[in-house]
Design a protein around this ligand. Structure first.
Ligand code: FAD
Ligand code: NAP
Length: 282
């Protein structure tokens, strides 16, 4: 346990063998990787890191399917890779759903355990799906911040945009810990530390627990409070680009808001001024 009350389990021997040999055969299209770190933030949020297979390539912002080697036909679920494309390990930021087919087990993983990862990454929250612009808005709720934890650590983000504005809205203050600490620590990062200084802005809000900034981002942007508080100009298609990741309801409302500002939805095969991805189904 650390001073902040966060439980941090790091593998003490990085080369230690996984605790048990796999009980079920590992299919050809799947990597079986070793857990190297698990960190719990709240009773429903944690992050973990696994070893990275040498042949695994992905673009920052993409997602993969992951599972556990606990059955002949294991449950696989989509997960955004939260680490950047250059990282030697792969990081995930996860929900713990009570009785969730995957996460009721995934939340119990420890360093040395194995996690399965399908070999093919995919997704629309990638630089290739946006046309060039001046500012990049990364708009998220809950675990929808995961792909943006990847993108804000990628030098390409700062090569393509002058300013990056990362927004996360959660119900409670404790749910903001992961991204707040990541952004705070980023100025000390050897690769992107100098690039982020003065150019990466984090705007966090809560909706159900008192905090210094409160409200849904849609309400704060449409009402103008966001622009008054940050000093940023109103979003315009001439200068601004955006990526959205959250629940279906959040995607629907945020997409409508951006379209109201004049932005147009893009895709990998048709880049435009904003892109969207679901943070979960349901
Ligand atoms: C493209 C994509 C990327 C995703 N990336 C991530 C990620 O990076 N991190 C992550 O934790 N999940 C992510 N998810 C959700 C993930 O695929 C699983 O749904 C989640 O791990 C729960 O799995 P489960 O089997 O325990 O429960 P499920 O049967 O999958 O879900 C049960 C219910 O829990 C709720 N739920 C599921 N996931 C979430 C969530 N993330 N936040 C809030 N409520 C949720 C929903 O109401 C859902 O109906 C992503 C989903 C998609 C489609
Ligand atoms: N977070 C928790 O503490 C908690 C605890 C137990 C169970 N759960 C369950 O877990 C599931 C997911 O919860 P979650 O909190 O991760 O995700 P969520 O319900 O999508 O809420 C995350 C944040 O997004 C905001 N939001 C929701 N709809 C929006 C929209 N249309 N536009 C803009 N912002 C929007 C929410 O604000 P509002 O608060 O205004 O909706 C909240 O701040 C839910 O079924 C929930 O019942 C959550």
């Amino acid at each position: 346990m650390t001073d902040s009350g966060i439980i941090d389990h790091r593998l003490t021997e990085p080369d230690a063998a996984p605790s048990d040999p796999p009980a079920f055969p590992i299919p050809d299209n799947v990597f079986a990787e070793k857990v190297v770190l698990v960190e719990h933030f709240t009773d429903r949020l944690f992050r973990f890191r696994i070893t990275r297979p040498a042949s695994f390539r992905f673009r920052s912002g993409e997602f993969v399917l992951i599972g556990l080697p606990n059955a002949e036909r294991p449950v696989f679920r989509a997960y955004s890779v939260a680490s950047p494309a250059w990282d030697e390990e792969i990081e995930f930021y996860s929900i713990k759903v009570p009785d969730g087919p995957l996460t009721e087990h995934l939340q119990k993983i420890k360093p040395g355990d194995r996690v399965l990862m399908r070999k093919k990454p995919t997704g629309t929250l990638v630089h290739d799906a946006l046309v060039p612009g001046k500012r990049l808005y990364l708009l998220s709720t809950g675990t929808g911040v995961a792909p943006f934890a990847s993108l804000i650590r990628d030098p390409e983000t700062y090569e393509k945009f002058e300013e990056v504005i990362l927004v996360q809205t959660c119900r409670e203050v404790g749910e903001l810990t992961y991204i707040t600490r990541l952004v705070t620590d980023l100025v000390n990062d050897l690769l992107v530390g100098e690039m982020v200084e003065g150019r990466l802005k984090l705007f966090t809000t809560t909706t159900r627990e008192p905090f210094e900034r409160m409200g849904r981002i849609t309400d704060l942007m449409i009402g103008g409070t966001f622009f008054e508080q940050t000093g940023l100009p109103h979003i315009s298609p001439a200068e601004d680009r955006a990526m959205i990741c959250g629940s279906m309801a959040m995607l629907k409302d945020t997409k409508a808001m951006l379209e109201g500002f004049g932005l147009i939805e893009g895709a990998n095969n048709a880049p435009a001024t904003f892109v969207i991805e679901r943070a979960f189904v349901g």
